[in-house]
Ligand binder design. Structure first.
Ligand code: AMP
Length: 276
């Protein structure tokens, strides 16, 4: 992969890259189509990275279907799929990790210890292997996007990170490979995430700026449906991801909610379009 990318770079080609864990949906395909417009050659990686899963998480049952993914990728204009094995990525003597500190402390970093260390490590490796000029991420994983941007700035990585908005189902549910875990009777409860983001924006539009007041109302709404267990509801500064008490600058409301066994995340930057 490195030699192939280097060859293209020497010919003056621009390379864009979309790292994924596969099991594609429209959210992934949108990143690919946009990434294709930004460069000459589009590379996508499919790798379910074990180091970003906790011991009790869904690594073994994470949905996988390479044949389906490769057809979908081709349709979206992907030139190359990088599909490494665990042995190639983490050989027996592997011992180097990348950690980004402050922005990974709260939100998913609290409930998924070690998760972002795995994400930043695998992304640093993928960036070195794929050698892209530009890498496209979804803002659905807002903390991941901020964390990767921090790593790229801090380590002077010679590439550009672009974040694109969340793609949703017609009913508003943020697309996710994990949505396949949802049972039919749990789907209405999953929709409470987007409804609660809409409520937060409405409260903001009506002049509410106290984070605790918005969080309280959002919490009440989420708890009004069955099967849900709130991991967190937080309102943070969009750059530092530290909690804000009073919304004065750019702020994001971020949610993680378990619907039965499925952990869903979603977020909304106040004042932006919710895309539904
Ligand atoms: P994943 O395969 O879930 O690790 O995601 C690969 C990339 O797709 C990441 O940059 C995600 O943020 C992005 N992504 C996943 N779901 C969505 C979505 N619904 N809308 C936009 N981007 C997404």
């Amino acid at each position: 992969m490195q030699a192939y990318s280097e060859g293209l770079r020497l010919k003056g080609k621009r390379l864009s890259f979309v790292p994924t864990m596969g099991y594609f949906h429209e959210g992934h395909l949108n990143l690919m189509r946009e990434a294709k417009k930004m460069a000459d050659i589009l590379i996508v990686s499919i790798y379910v990275n074990p180091t970003q899963f906790g011991p009790k998480e869904d690594l073994s049952k994470y949905p996988r279907d390479f044949e389906r993914d490769s057809k979908m990728a081709e349709g979206a204009g992907v030139d190359v799929i990088f599909y490494p094995s665990d042995k190639e990525m983490y050989p027996g003597n592997y011992q180097t990790y990348v950690s980004v500190e402050e922005v990974t402390k709260d939100l998913c970093g609290l409930s998924r210890p070690g998760h972002f260390r795995g994400v930043t490590t695998v992304c640093a490796k993928l960036f070195n292997i794929v050698k892209p000029h530009i890498v496209v991420f979804g803002k659905k994983d807002f903390q991941q996007y901020i964390t990767i941007k921090r790593m790229v700035d801090d380590l002077n990585l010679d590439l550009e990170i672009v974040g694109l908005p969340t793609v949703r189902e017609a009913d508003g549910l943020a697309m996710s490979s994990r949505n396949v875990y949802l049972e039919e009777n749990e789907k209405p409860s999953a929709l409470i995430l987007v409804s609660s983001l809409k409520l937060a924006q409405k409260l903001y539009d009506n002049g509410e700026r106290k984070a605790s007041a918005i969080i309280k109302e959002v919490g009440k709404l989420i708890k009004s449906v069955p099967y849900v267990d709130i991991d967190y509801i937080k309102i943070c500064d969009t750059k530092t991801l530290t909690n804000v008490e009073e919304i004065t600058g750019d702020a994001v409301i971020a949610l993680a909610v378990k619907v039965s066994k499925t952990r869903l995340i979603d977020n909304h930057v106040f004042g932006e379009n919710l895309n539904i």
